[in-house]
Write a protein that binds this ligand. Structure first.
Ligand code: XMP
Length: 317
């Protein structure tokens, strides 16, 4: 009879037996899985766990600062590494989606490794892998085989000889949330929508520049905050904003404008494999559109994506 409490007790005992006085390094992403894995391991081994949270410059607006603050509040021993400039620099001139993913994945591993190497005596790499990730990684031909490639440990330097520990390996997402809740992690954090590893890098269609990141972060913050304020957020599986590589003509006062287009995306889903677009109320869409166009410099048009998966995907890249 599975309960979050029994899982926590058993897992903490197992971790203690397995790890003894060994040291573990774990990457936090701000998402549910890595956070629950981090807190659980912290309960088991305390200060022998060091967490690393990398800012790739492609996170949501103020996300790095806010989440880092929450991690510290949870007493996690976390090192925040702001590598935004490096990622943006390496993405210069790149528009191809898969190339962008590769660069972001490679940079992540290099930044993480450089930081992990500074820690002495680390024997283990902790990961927030959950059961669907385990299944995905065996279906070699599926599109998902590459989805989480940047979380792979393949890039870790051999000389570190890290063994892998994955305490959530047998859990489904809803079980992870229940475990997180029993561990006292805030509902706000546990209820967060999924967010892709390459972040806004795959929601900025075309080249990623700091100006385009700024535009998308501002538009996205308005959309997500509005969903939360209107009580819609929790009933939606995933929502986000996409910056299109299309400019269009508009008018502001007496002036003709020629500015960016932003697409809003919101879907219902249970696992991301299939998804239906959410029938957001028209007056909600009207308000978000107005707010974005009035407040975000560089945007003069907002559209709503009414495609389901399949045949569309959730992300545009
Ligand atoms: P698609 O676009 O394939 O997305 O319908 C399905 C789910 O996967 C997420 N996604 C990613 N997650 N790295 C990730 O960690 C990726 O490269 C990536 N691409 C898509 C997407 O946000 C959705 O939840």
């Amino acid at each position: 009879n599975w309960t979050p409490e029994s899982f926590i007790t058993t897992t903490i005992n197992e971790l203690k037996a397995k790890l003894g006085n060994d040291k573990v390094v774990l990457g936090l992403s701000g998402g549910v899985d890595s956070t629950v894995a981090g807190v659980l391991m912290h309960h088991a081994i305390g200060s022998n766990l060091t967490c690393i949270f990398v800012n790739n410059g492609l996170l949501r607006k103020n996300e790095f600062e806010n989440v880092l603050e929450q991690y510290k509040h949870m007493q996690l021993n976390v090192i925040g590494v702001d590598a935004s400039d490096r990622f943006l620099n390496d993405l210069k001139g790149i528009s191809d989606p898969e190339k962008k993913r590769k660069i972001i994945g490679r940079d992540f591993i290099e930044v993480f490794n450089a930081e992990a190497k500074k820690l002495t005596d680390v024997q283990w790499l902790g990961q927030g892998t959950i059961y669907p990730d385990v299944i995905e990684s065996v279906s070699v031909n599926g599109p998902s085989a590459t989805i989480k490639s940047h979380h792979n440990v393949g890039g870790l330097p051999k000389e570190m000889h890290l063994k892998v520990v994955e305490p959530l390996r047998l859990l489904f997402k809803d079980e992870v949330r229940r475990v997180g809740s029993a561990l006292g992690i805030s509902q706000k954090l546990l209820g967060r929508h999924p967010f892709p590893g390459p972040g806004l890098g795959v929601r900025i269609l075309g080249e990623v520049t700091s100006e385009r990141v700024r535009i998308l972060q501002d538009a996205d913050a308005i959309f997500i905050d509005s969903l939360i304020e209107s009580g819609l957020y929790d009933s939606i599986w995933q929502a986000g904003t996409i910056l299109l590589p299309v400019k269009s003509v508009g008018v502001m006062g007496d002036e003709r404008t020629y500015e960016n287009t932003v697409a809003l995306r919101a879907v219902h889903s249970t696992d991301g494999m299939t998804a239906d677009w959410v029938h957001l109320p028209y007056d909600f869409l009207a308000k978000v559109s107005n707010d974005i166009i009035n407040k975000v410099r560089g945007v003069n048009r907002v559209v709503y994506d009414i495609s389901s998966k399949p045949p569309a995907t959730i992300e545009w890249e």
